[in-house]
Design a binder for this molecule. Sequence first.
Ligand code: ATP
Length: 211
Amino acid sequence: MLKIGITGGIGSGKTVVCRLFALLGVPVYDADTRAKWVMNHDPLLRADLTAAFGPDTYTAEGLNRTYLAQVAFNDPAKLARLNSLVHPRVGHDFASWAAARQHAGHAYVLKEAALLYESGSWQQLDRIITVYAPQDIRQRRVLHRDPHRSAQDVLNIIGKQLSEEEKLRRADYVVRNDDAQLVLPQVLALHDALQQLAATAAEIPTAPSTR
Ligand code: ATP
């Protein structure tokens, strides 16, 4: 069973594309959602975060996200520390999640993550799909989806993500979600290609592509 990453900048359409794969029966791991779960439920991570950021990191209700955001999001060193603690535990969670699906007959599973390269989690994956849309379209979509965000908020997030050019350069496959091409035929073609790749890989082990 192959492990395939799917990434793309904010608003590129990762979630929409993953929904199509899910309709085809492909298990999808949503790294952002799972990271929130892991931060609340992984005892090792909880101990490490408390040691790093103090006892206010958790309340009786669980992770104190407001506190952690205040402490870490305005200090690059603390943010790097937070990421260095969280990303490996999400990687561990993904490995367990994938192992639990190993014998269910799936040719491949997907891991959806906005920061697939930035977090280093690409190293756990056999191939990477990038969902691409031009920045103006992504900004428009996000402002429509997230009315609480300003145009500057979106630009700030874009500024913290790996550039689209770099993501395209490093991708094994690209889904163009740019209002010029239909997404569904691209997903169906990719599904076929990945099933074939999995069948071939089952006969001849392939090395993960180097990025
Ligand atoms: P994020 O990184 O913020 O999680 P994302 O890459 O997962 O974003 P989506 O949430 O899938 O992006 O899409 C962003 C918004 O754009 C959503 O409201 C979605 O419904 C809309 N959208 C995505 N693709 C299209 C499309 N082809 N046509 C119209 N709207 C689209």
